[in-house]
Design a protein around this ligand. Sequence first.
Ligand code: AMP
Length: 249
Amino acid sequence: MKILVPVKRVVDANVKIRVKPDGSGVDIANVKMSMNPFDENALEEALRLREAGTATEVVIVTIGSEKAAETLRAGLAMGADRAIHVKTDAARIEPLAVAKVLKAVIANEAPDLVILGKQAIDDDSNQTGQMLSALLGWPQATFASKIVVGTGTIDVTREVDGGLETLRLALPALVTADLRLNEPRYASLPNVMKAKKKPLDETSPETLGVDIAPRLKVLKTTEPAGRAAGILVASAQELAAKLKQAGVL
Ligand code: AMP
């Protein structure tokens, strides 16, 4: 079984985001960038399936600038076999454009399973996996917390309101990973060195015949309103009195 994992380079989850003074977006100059956390879960799961002998090859793919190659090297250092860089200088690539590019990559690669992150923490779209499954006409299971591979099928447990749901999907299929799926590994130094020699192919949206021009316009970006400082109360009675005073109780 061949697994394809799309990974995105995003602002590191620990960075305090700053909005550009003109409100046109978020300032990412000189900011630490990392692999999207949910994509680490997706890749970890693919690697575990390969280590269990279920998968034979794990291929990672990213669509992004020259610098996105760093994210691919990080994924290769975690253990992916091969990487594909769909290079573009476009400032914004919307989920539908990403899904169309991925569809073209999938046509070339013919994976049995595609595992994406459930959402990218920069745009919080949570759309790419769903759009891609529709474009491919493949079954999908989103927000996966467990994947069990059967014969020609996979059982995916997903977190839904008030509990867990398990779906059986016929392969080829698409899954989006939630944080609870696993604990991603750190790349060891020897693996970081080895990753430099692993194959990393380059292509472009144009070569794949995909138009990635944005269809949406960002009108403005604003910081969330600041919150008033909290206060400490000495007892539950005092808390209740304060809440009453504030009209909450
Ligand atoms: P989103 O729909 O933007 O929240 O992204 C959901 C998932 O799609 C991410 O977790 C990635 O697995 C994948 N994805 C989104 N954008 C890209 C990209 N530029 N390159 C590769 N994968 C991406």
